[in-house]
Design a protein around this ligand. Sequence first.
Ligand code: G3I
Length: 372
Amino acid sequence: MNKFIFQTMDFRILPSLLLLLCCQMLFSECSGKIIDEIKTTDPVVVDKYAYPLKIVAPYQVGTVMSLSTFSNAPAMTIVKKEFGSVTCENAMKIQATQPTATTFDFYQADSITNYCVRNGIRVHGHTLVWHQNLPVWLTAFQGDSAAWENILKTRIKAMLTHYKGRVKSWDVVNEAINDDGSLRAFATANNTKVSLWAQKLGKDYVARCFQYAHEADPEALLFYNDYGQEYSPAKINAILAMVKDFQKRGIAIHGLGLQFHTNLQRPDADLKNAISQMASTGLLIHISELDISMNGSQTYIQPTATMLDLQKSKMNTIASFYKTIPAPQQFGITFWGISDANSWIKNDWPLLFDVTYAKKPAYYGFWDGLKQ
Ligand code: G3I
């Protein structure tokens, strides 16, 4: 067939054929350049949200981990990619770390801490003293106040000594103040929760916790952590008074944790006011347990578009408003969970990632808030 074509070809068309070939070569050369140009302008085309939170954030953005996080592949992917700080959700609490008054079990907390240290993730210690999560050996303890004091001192010293250098900041005391501003101690009409610590050790026990922590690790940054600053002016005033009192007495306190377990109904102004008031102390400010509940009434079986949008907008407000406090006071924002699948209030869909570990509108709202 080819032979036939060659034999029958009219050689007068050869110059035209050559011209056609040259044009074709020129065209493919040009189109190659266009493709190259698109490649070199890739960052403009690429989805800006591909940059993870820890890269975009001007301050530390964190999450919580448990031992079970290690066997949850999608959760681990998110931790590694997005977060620069980790708080142990439960692993450093007394129930997890202290099987008896005099023995310690650091297995869970060490697993998380060592993983974070190896991967350049900051670990924030949570929590040394809290009225909840008390083991039976403690609630049943019959010693006098000196024996209780010894338990307190032993615990704080052991935790800070064991984690010295690996954990550089601690929630020393968690939730010691009631919503009405009084010290949590005995049951009240409005609040049935009690604190055995306060009952056994007296009202100045919070100050002593900070002193013991400072003695055990003078380098550690010591935080008072609580919830409700966004709705309770009385609690704000009590915290401000406590800080002033500590400073007057030379008791080391370096930071305040605002948990911010909040919801869609909470006005933005309340969140901003809580941040500003706490920041007025000049201490480090940690939004320490952020989540925004969408289903407090438990009436929905899945979030609506309106709810997701509102959550997005609140996350945006918190991320951007946090930047208005002086940079040296920005300790960071920690989410209380990785995805809605593993939140302590999972039916409220309170976090940045949904039950399938996909980014929610809240993620984009928070991300934008970091950049704005
Ligand atoms: O690990 C046990 C498991 O072995 C057992 O089978 C199961 C049965 O209930 O319980 C498991 O322990 C639970 C633990 O969470 C781990 O899931 C405890 O019962 C449960 O009380 C514990 O709840 C934690 C709660 O603090 C009390 O310690 C939540 O996960 C944790 O998110 C929550 O975190 C607190 C902060 O520390 C302080 N601020 C408020 C915040 C929310 O309550």
